[in-house]
Design a protein around this ligand. Structure first.
Ligand code: S3P
Length: 433
């Protein structure tokens, strides 16, 4: 479907609440399905990716009930599903589930298959099958890609030094470690989001310090509990970007935004670009820090983004590139080759789409150099990537004519309410077919 964004005729105003955090929702669906007893979740992200993980857990035997926005999972006993588990577009769902299932004692001796859509089937899986294989897991891939064929078996703990900072790899190995003999530890080259480490103890799982990494002892029981999912900073990032470009002077107020320090790179980068963001800490939700953010219109300036901030803002580079296109001066992104193996090759796709809107930039092997200026209206394409679609939509607010985004329906994977939320702030977005 095509989404048309008409440049703003009056500044954006209002209060905004982001949808539930995608990473935390995936983890709660999986941990809730693995845990004994009942897990009650409010604020679970209702989007295609997290639904796919929840459905997979139900197909694996967890009892999942929903009423009034509350999800109740009764887990603890898994069975082999009748058919392949379809994780759709979701790398987190596939990688974390693969870790959780490949040594699960209830599944030993069974065969399972994990499948995904075309984008997911093109993403690298060797990054998880390598360490899981070292633990003894039997996982078939097609040249290092999905579909994955699992033959769950007894695992042994390992100490794994990760070549790239990746919360999905770290979490997959730790989840497998729950069912392994002995200790499993992961050591990252730099910090990645730590939601798994924050959630494990809430399910009664003890982690140990494996400095400079983190470890889990095998054979621990998980116990369900009550959880609330904070708002997703990665979804809020589109509204933050919209506010910086097009808010009224008094700003837009965002509340209930997750501000976990392993995820807040986007705030650091946008502040360094001159973004007026006023943060107030609120009560944490569970183990997760949460805040309110006031976003005021700002004159942005290009910067050299420090490579050590990249993993802390890994999902926000499409929207950061969009903002760089209308900042004054040059923005340099480096150390971001991981962007090439996301839902699309985000460096290549964003570069091509921005060029269509008249932006001058150079794509490099691990980043881009974006020359800021103004953007014109035009036709662009999401290339099946939700975050590309939303980033281009934000840029459409300040283009010199309408921006029409093909295949924008992919927004549903992480943020089905995006168009309505933007409209409620005064933006003019409409579906064309
Ligand atoms: C995620 C980790 C990141 C991120 C993804 C969600 C997670 O992926 O890009 O959207 O929930 O663990 P990588 O682990 O590949 O960096």
């Amino acid at each position: 479907m095509k989404l048309r964004v008409t440049p703003i005729s009056r500044p954006l105003t209002g209060r905004y609440l982001p949808p539930g955090d995608k990473s935390i929702s995936h983890r709660l669906a999986i941990l809730g399905g693995l845990a004994q007893g009942e897990t009650r979740i409010s604020g679970f992200l209702d989007a295609a990716d997290t639904r796919a993980t929840l459905t997979a857990m139900a197909e694996l035997g967890a009892a999942v009930e929903e009423s009034d926005g509350l999800i109740c999972i009764r887990g603890g006993r898994l069975k082999a599903p009748a058919a392949a588990l379809d994780l759709g577009n979701s790398g987190t769902g596939m990688r974390l589930l693969c870790g959780a299932l490949c040594g699960h004692p209830d599944l030993v001796g069974q065969e399972l298959s994990l499948v995904g859509d075309e984008s997911l089937s093109g993403r690298p899986m060797a990054r998880i099958t390598r360490p899981l294989g070292e633990m003894g897991a039997r996982i078939r891939t097609v040249d290092g890609h999905a579909p994955l064929g699992l033959q769950p078996t007894k695992l042994r703990g390992i100490r794994y030094v990760m070549p790239v900072a990746s919360a999905q790899v770290k979490s997959a190995v730790l989840l497998a470690g729950l069912f392994a003999d002995g200790d499993t530890a992961v050591i990252e080259p730099g910090p990645s989001r730590d939601h798994s480490e924050r959630l494990f103890p809430a399910f009664g799982v003890e982690l140990f310090d494996a400095a400079p990494g983190i470890g889990v002892r095998g054979g621990q029981q998980l116990e369900g509990g009550r959880f609330h999912v904070p708002g997703d900073l990665s979804s809020a990032a589109f509204v933050i970007a919209a506010g910086l470009l097009a808010a009224a002077e008094q700003g837009i107020e965002l509340a209930n935004v997750g501000i976990n320090p392993t995820r807040d790179g986007v705030l650091r980068i946008l502040r360094a670009m001159g973004g007026k963001l006023t943060l107030s800490q609120a009560e944490p939700i569970g183990n997760e820090p949460v805040g309110s953010i006031k976003v005021q219109p700002s004159a942005l300036t290009g910067i050299d983004i420090p490579a050590e901030w990249v993993p802390l803002a890994i999902d926000e580079f499409p929207v950061i590139m969009a903002l760089a296109a209308v900042a004054s001066g040059t923005t340099r992104i480096q150390g971001a080759a991981e962007l090439r193996v996301k839902e699309s090759d985000r460096l290549a796709v964003m570069s091509e789409q921005l060029r269509r809107l008249g932006v001058r930039l150079e794509e490099t092997p691990d980043g881009a150099v974006v020359e800021g200026g103004s953007v014109r209206g035009g036709q662009v394409d999401s290339a099946g990537d939700h975050r590309i679609a939303m980033s281009l939509a934000v840029l459409g607010l300040v283009a010199d004519g309408p921006v029409e985004i093909d295949h924008a329906e992919w927004i549903r994977t992480s943020y089905p309410g995006f168009v309505d939320d933007m409209r409620s702030l005064g933006a003019n977005l409409e579906w064309l077919d």
